[in-house]
Design a protein around this ligand. Structure first.
Ligand code: BES
Ligand code: ZN
Ligand code: ZN
Length: 497
């Protein structure tokens, strides 16, 4: 999406396929420098009659009374005091549905000066996402969606800052949409090798280091927890490594993402109903790769490494069986009592390798790890477990700013005892139906030594979210790209101090 600044008074005389978009609260009508008297009067009438009140997520397309734009789109944001970034983001998502119907390609955004206009732009960017790679013709294809946004302002300096904010917000959302494209691809298209190819394309395009470990190398290094999961598959697994290096004196942040390109459950096979959704079991991987795109595009003063174990969890005569014992990269032995708890097995080796190789100052992992997390929080927050309060609180700040919600679960030692193995050091599952999400977190904790670390279980938020206008229920959300991009920005600012 392109952005430009329009100073009030410089509106073009005539514009087709352009909408003036005005976020409106449900108390006072919009204070606008460009609306015509007729339009302003029409808005007052709409609000007085209750046809359009300005409630959150309400939209109304008003015919224009000038040639400068084809229509005025009123986007409700609720009470002025509750006009949070999330209200504006959702208003943007709603607005885009209406703009699409009206074939609008350009938006002139006029937002109250103390409102975070960038959040509205995020809603537009995320809301106009479509996945039609595999459709011969896109059902709602037309000559374009919102391709450019003119930010309307009265003062050049304020406008320039606003434009920069909007442009940054849009680029992070484009990375989220890129991650959604990866996640939505089915497993016969997006194999571990393809995931590695996509990671390499980030390095080739923006310039950072790319490498990967193949199965031979992983075997030499003793990554048998990961290799056990991949045994049943004819698709070779990869440990994908991206590294953005800014300076040796700067802290290193590590992002690790679960990259199961398909999860059948293995021999502990899943029920067939809903199994197709397990193509999304690489949403942790797509999120960390999307965040890495933000890093290489914005080049912050911090080092960032991104590690993705990419593996297919299927069945076959060679597949690992329940009860098998494997020795992980860090020497700990694991009883694989359920082959469907495979995410923690591949992450175990990936985390231990990341700690050893890069000695990061902090690690965050993202994973569609447990159905139990969806039972606990539904689709409206990810579960976070952390061994460090500071890491959690920085993440919480980023979650509040982006609307990508998190909720913390504890990692008390009493929980840790529940994953002790009978025949090995650890079991990959705890007792049935007890704190399933926490069991996953406790298991991963065994592989990060004392590195400050947070695990984000995105099983609920990665797809299937209902009633959030800038996401849709059927496709991946790209959850995590905005959260991590913001978290890295905050960690970078903190490192400067
Ligand atoms: N990928 C699944 C978790 C999942 C399930 C994510 C549903 C999103 C929606 C994971 O590998 C898994 O199967 N976990 C098991 C763990 C159990 C065997 C301890 C689960 O949640 O049932
Ligand atoms: Zn599984
Ligand atoms: Zn899984």
């Amino acid at each position: 999406m392109d952005f430009d600044l329009i100073l009030s008074g410089d509106l073009p005389a005539s514009a087709v396929r352009t909408a003036l978009v005005v976020p409106v609260s449900d108390v006072a009508g919009p204070v606008s420098s460009v609306l015509t008297d007729d339009e302003a009067a029409a808005i007052v009438r709409l609000q007085e009659s209750g046809v359009f009140k300005g409630k959150a997520e309400e939209v109304y397309a008003l015919p224009s009374s000038t040639d400068a734009y084809a229509l005025v789109l009123l986007a409700g944001v609720g009470k002025p005091g509750t006009c949070t970034p999330e209200n504006l983001r959702r208003a943007g998502g709603r607005a885009v549905e209406s703009l699409r119907r009206d074939r609008i390609e350009r938006v002139i955004l006029e937002c109250a000066s103390d409102w975070p206009a960038a959040a509205f732009v995020e809603g537009v960017c995320l809301g106009q996402y479509r996945f039609d790679k595999f459709k011969a013709t896109s059902p709602d294809a037309f000559s374009g969606c919102v391709a450019s946004v003119g930010v309307l302002c009265t003062d050049q300096a304020q406008g320039a800052a606003l434009k920069a904010d909007c442009r940054y917000a849009a680029s992070v959302c484009e990375n989220a949409n890129w991650a959604r494209d990866l996640a939505n691809r089915p497993s016969n298209d997006l194999t571990p090798a393809q995931l590695a190819y996509e990671a390499k394309s980030i390095a080739d395009h923006y310039g950072c280091a790319y490498d990967f470990l193949d199965e031979g190398k992983m075997s030499e290094l003793g990554m048998n927890a990961l290799l056990g999961v991949s045994r049943g598959s004819s698709q070779p697994s990869k440990l994908i490594l991206l590294s953005y290096h800014c300076g040796p004196e700067l802290p290193t942040l590590a992002l690790v993402g679960k990259g199961i390109t398909f999860d059948t459950g293995g021999v502990s096979i899943k029920p067939s109903e809903g199994m197709h959704e397990m193509k999304f079991d690489m949403c942790g991987a797509s999120a960390v790769l999307g965040a890495m795109r933000t890093v290489v595009q914005t080049k912050p003063r911090v080092n960032v490494v991104c590690v993705v174990p990419a593996v297919e969890n299927v069945i076959g005569s060679r597949a690992q069986r329940p009860g098998d014992v494997v020795r992980a990269y860090n020497g700990k032995t694991i009883e694989v009592n359920n082959t469907d708890a495979e995410g923690r097995l591949i992450l175990a080796d990936a985390l231990a390798y990341t700690v050893d190789t890069y000695r990061p100052d902090v690690i965050v992992d993202l994973a569609t790890l447990t159905g139990a997390c969806v039972v606990a929080l539904g689709h409206h927050a990810a579960g976070v477990m952390a061994n460090n309060d500071k890491v959690f609180s920085t993440l919480q700040g980023a979650a509040d700013a982006t609307g990508e919600r998190i909720w913390r679960f504890p990692l008390w030692d009493d929980y840790g005892k529940l994953i002790e193995g009978t025949h090995a050091d650890l079991s990959n599952i705890g007792p049935p139906k007890e704190a399933g999400a926490i069991m996953g977190g406790c298991f991963l904790k065994e592989f990060v030594k004392d590195t400050p670390w947070a695990h984000i279980d995105i099983a609920g938020t990665a797809w299937g979210v209902k009633n959030v206008p800038y996401w849709d229920t059927k496709h991946a959300t790209g959850y995590g790209v905005r959260l991590l991009s913001e978290w890295i920005r905050r960690e970078t600012t903190a490192a400067k101090k």
